[in-house]
Design a protein around this ligand. Structure first.
Ligand code: ZN
Length: 565
């Protein structure tokens, strides 16, 4: 027997075999169980996600005499009716591709034939694929039948382009939207195939295929076919990369590690390696942007789809010293270079020069870092490079206290409810040397800059959040209540998670370990930096203007600049 491609051999035979569309198969099974099946369905969704397969399973289920409506509601796949469908000799199921039969006459034939009773089963099922290809007059001819179909007929229309299906049709069908199949569903499916075929397979390779298939299960199975025939009935990461032409993830990790750590000495060897591999620099830049964007998500604690746990760990380590601002800047630089390479006659040189320059770039400093440095009296004597480097700023032994948070004047009509009594955080740090009478709220606020620096050493992300949106609200000698100036559960949850780190930073600086509590959000408080930026230019003080002049600053909207481009 000749080789059958995976997609064909593994075509789902039961509703439970359909991958990633449970929301649809369950609804259809329930309708079958309750005897409330519609007369016309529309299956929409991208290619290769299971529309036609589901239509065929439904066609079998409708006529299978052995279906157990009280049990699993699946066709038996063994009776004569079911087998006839597998062997394409079932008279009551008519499949047609609207791409080849688009005319009015084709539809008229359906209209006439569907009036005839089914040959063997109880129902006659028409599966019309790519239904959006029908001509306008064909749709009109079809409409009448769709409005009043004979009792014994079920129409299943399928399309990849629902926009082209007229509204008159849409209103007469029960519509099911098939989703792109997620890598997290595709990879286990591929693993199941490999196991049952007896092909040794590496998980990383299967994930790579799952990602590359971009939601199409059929594409994923096709790619698996290619890898298996290339590598001889096994699925290795190496072979998968070669077949798919995918750049190894460690190339991206290595680039990130070099840029993150300013490892200039190692850059030439890396560039040499790229050249030896014959890497396409445009592809590499695209992959880098995707990698860094995912790293931003990881740093923000947001879910990243399609990467394995080990890979995500590797990403975090590689980019440990890069802030989110640094990553956004790198993404912009890579994007710009990708554009420039389109017109370059010497892409390799262009890439190498740019990459070298990126490796020398200093960290993006926040305005607050610069303010701290300047108000510390380290004026013009500080070399620019040092002043711009946030990591060095943290090394300063005792930065001066930052200005105290400015409280907005109370609005005439109190629209915001006053903060509720603080709720102790679940992750409160147990006290050990608390109740020190010498440290009070004013002391903590005065040493906030030092505390931030200590926190930054422990947890950069927490320090960034603390700097921009946390305030020390109250302290009774034991319990310290911290509030977030941003509303929303997300901000508060992130703050709660980081309170133990803040407590440890306070211990580092002040020698006490307060019991930490998260207070209600204080959206009535404006942090000094925001306040400064929010002033109209005429009202800005000399400090701001001197900053702008010193660094050749350009005003940007901090919210907009965080948006990924
Ligand atoms: Zn059957």
């Amino acid at each position: 027997m000749s080789y059958q491609v995976i997609a064909r051999r593994w075509r789902p035979k039961k509703f439970s075999d359909v991958v990633g569309q449970e929301h649809i198969t369950r609804t259809i099974q329930n309708a079958l169980r309750q005897g409330r099946l519609a007369h016309a369905f529309l299956f929409t969704g991208p290619r290769g996600v299971g529309k036609t397969s589901t239509a065929r399973i439904l066609a079998r289920a409708v006529n299978c005499p052995n279906i157990d409506l009280h049990g699993e509601v699946e066709p038996c796949n063994e009776c004569d009716t079911c087998r006839a469908l597998f062997e394409d000799r079932e008279m009551d199921v008519i499949e047609m591709d609207a791409a080849s039969y688009t005319s009015v006459d084709d539809i008229r034939r359906i209209n006439e034939n569907c009036r005839l009773s089914p040959v063997a089963g109880q129902r006659k099922i028409y599966i019309i694929d790519e239904v959006h290809m029908l001509s306008k007059s064909a749709f009109n001819a079809f409409l009448k039948t769709l409005e009043e179909p004979p009792e014994h007929v079920i129409f299943i229309l399928a399309t990849t382009d629902v926009q082209k299906v007229p509204a008159t049709i849409l209103s007469r069908v029960q519509r099911f939207d098939f989703r792109p199949v997620q890598p997290a569903d595709v990879a286990p499916h591929l693993k199941k195939i490999c196991e049952s075929e007896g092909w040794p397979a590496e998980d990383e390779a299967l994930w790579l295929i799952a990602r590359r298939a971009e939601g199409s299960l059929r594409d994923a199975e096709g790619l698996l076919d290619q890898v298996v025939s290339y590598a001889g009935n096994q699925v290795t990461l190496e072979a998968t990369r070669e077949v798919l032409g995918i750049l190894p993830g460690d190339l991206m990790a290595e680039a990130t590690r070099l840029l993150s750590g300013h490892r200039m000495a190692e850059v030439p060897a890396y560039l040499e390696q790229l050249a030896l591999r014959g890497v396409d620099y445009t592809d590499l830049l695209k992959a880098m942007q995707g990698y860094w964007m995912d790293l931003v998500f990881l740093k923000e604690g947001l879910p990243v789809s399609g990467r394995m746990e080990t890979e995500m760990q590797q990403m975090k380590e590689a980019g440990a010293d890069l802030s989110i601002e640094d990553l956004f800047r790198l993404i912009r630089l890579a994007e710009g270079l990708e554009d420039a390479l389109k017109w370059s006659t010497a892409p390799r040189v262009r890439f190498e020069v740019s990459f070298l320059r990126w490796a020398t770039l200093d960290r993006v400093a926040t305005i607050r870092d610069i303010l701290d440095r300047l108000s510390g009296g380290e004026g013009s004597a500080v070399p620019e490079r040092q002043a711009m480097t946030a990591s060095q700023a943290t090394a300063v032994s005792s930065p001066p206290p930052p200005p105290a948070p400015i409280v907005k004047p109370a609005p005439i009509k109190a629209e915001t409810t006053p903060p509720t009594p603080p709720v102790p955080a679940a992750e409160s740090t147990p006290t050990n040397a608390a109740a020190s009478g010498e440290v009070d709220l004013e002391t903590l606020r005065a040493r906030w800059g030092e505390i931030l620096a200590a926190l930054r050493k422990r947890n950069q992300a927490a320090a960034a959040m603390a700097e921009s949106s946390w305030i020390l609200d109250s302290f009774d000698g034991r319990k310290l209540t911290v509030c977030c100036t941003m509303a929303g559960k997300f901000a508060t949850d992130r703050m709660k998670e980081s309170l133990p780190a803040l407590a440890a930073a306070i211990t580092d600086v002040c020698g006490i370990t307060p019991i930490m509590a998260a207070g209600a959000p204080r959206t009535d408080v404006v942090k000094p930096v925001e306040k400064l930026a929010a002033k109209p230019p005429a009202e800005r003080d000399d400090l701001f203007n001197s900053l702008m002049n010193r660094f050749g600053g350009v005003e940007i909207d901090p919210k907009k600049s965080r948006e990924p481009r």
